[in-house]
Design a binder for this molecule. Sequence first.
Ligand SMILES: *[C@@H]1O[C@H](CO)[C@@H](O)[C@H](O)[C@H]1NC(C)=O
Ligand SMILES: *[C@@H]1O[C@H](CO)[C@@H](O)[C@H](O)[C@H]1NC(C)=O
Ligand SMILES: *[C@@H]1O[C@H](CO)[C@@H](O)[C@H](O)[C@H]1NC(C)=O
Ligand SMILES: *[C@@H]1O[C@H](CO)[C@@H](O)[C@H](O)[C@H]1NC(C)=O
Ligand SMILES: *[C@@H]1O[C@H](CO)[C@@H](O)[C@H](O)[C@H]1NC(C)=O
Length: 417
Amino acid sequence: MKLHKSSPSRKLSAAIVTPIFILLVLALVSLYDMTSSNRYPHIDRVSSSSSSASPATTVEYCNLTQGQWVPDDEAPYYTNLTCPFIDDHQNCMKFGKPSLEFMRWRWRPDGCELPRFDAARFLEAMRGKSMAFVGDSLARNHLKSLLCLLSEEAQPVEVGTSPEIDVTGRAVRRDYHFGNHGFTISLFWSPFLVKANQSNATLGQWDLHLDTADTRWAAHIAGFDYIVLSGTNWFLRPSLYRERGRLVGRNDAAGIAGGGNLTEVVSVPVAVRAAFRTALGAIASREGFRGKVVLRTVTPAHFENGEWNTGGDCVRTLPFRRGERALGAVEAEYRAAQVDALRETAAAARRNGVEMLLLDITEAMDLRPDGHPSRYGHPPGGSVEGSFVVDCLHWCLPGPIDLWSELLLQMLIAHPS
Ligand SMILES: *[C@@H]1O[C@H](CO)[C@@H](O)[C@H](O)[C@H]1NC(C)=O
Ligand SMILES: *[C@@H]1O[C@H](CO)[C@@H](O)[C@H](O)[C@H]1NC(C)=O
Ligand SMILES: *[C@@H]1O[C@H](CO)[C@@H](O)[C@H](O)[C@H]1NC(C)=O
Ligand SMILES: *[C@@H]1O[C@H](CO)[C@@H](O)[C@H](O)[C@H]1NC(C)=O
Ligand SMILES: *[C@@H]1O[C@H](CO)[C@@H](O)[C@H](O)[C@H]1NC(C)=O
């Protein structure tokens, strides 16, 4: 069997600063800088910002993934009244989340200031271009946050009328167009990134073809300038793993009843790593694609005193302070699996002129137990079709998830297409 054991978390990062704007490149790493060796080399080639007025000079390194949340009087960027794109499940203002303090923080990396989101600049950088978000409901959560941030500057129009509906009831693809900028953002529902077949609906069991990218998005790769990949949560569902169509493993959740005793148990991060490797590989090798792929790392949940289905909740009203809590072992393992997949496909990407970037939000978001809907993603006692009764996984809008687009903007500036 070709699945590899996942290896320990690898360190990476990079940064730049211009003297005036202190613009920085992320913990986002240009994989052009990577060797095929087993470790990440320290990134020392500093990219310049696109600000042509001031040639970038390295004055210091700033690791954008390392920092703390500090109070912010200017926040939030938008509210449930100014943004029409907030899904009810994340509309914490509407459903009366008791403390709205969670909206009043910004991320401050150690050693530099992260510039505020600039919708005009984002739209200018994406003029005439297209961006795809591929993943699960957290990819949608991110996309909605970005639409809200951008709608302060320009209103997108949803195009396309009758989308294909997935076996789980979700639209496979949705498109939003910013007419004045010729910019299109698309959302692809593909929670496993690879070909997946719900092989037993009663058991909620999936057959995952770990070596085959899901064509529902992969068929459209060449049509995009940027592709943002994410996902991990769905891999916890009962799953049988296949390669070349043949059964090669299963996860713990896939029990004997599902035919799961036919094969060995594979740890979930190993499957996550294989799926991301396949997805990244499909982009790296796609004829005609000369864009950039952004891998957004795993986003942590904050259920306490139980899990999502055993009475867990997230009632904290403040971010964790630095050092108050170490990154959970599970998140660290998933993040490492994703980073490994990126490293494993870097050489192929380089050969084909495809740039791969890491949008590393895991540590920053781990400090935000206060930013989830909890039980305020629906009316009291109301129906919660398609989400949790108590949701400590998705993020309120506005809220800490807006950081993802602040970081994404810095990426676009540092790595123009
Ligand atoms: C940047 O910060 C992240 C998160 O703390 C860490 O994992 C990574 O090792 C740091 N990178 C460098 C080069 O210090
Ligand atoms: C917005 O939130 C307020 C409470 O802050 C609520 O009264 C109102 O109904 C909400 N409106 C929308 C459109 O979500
Ligand atoms: C999905 O799995 C079921 C059960 O194994 C099978 O009957 C069905 O043909 C599969 N569908 C696809 C599209 O592979
Ligand atoms: C799904 O699993 C149930 C429970 O074990 C079993 O009774 C049923 O036959 C399975 N269905 C398929 C299509 O395999
Ligand atoms: C799987 O487990 C069931 C129940 O214990 C057993 O009846 C069946 O023979 C097993 N199948 C294989 C291939 O081991």
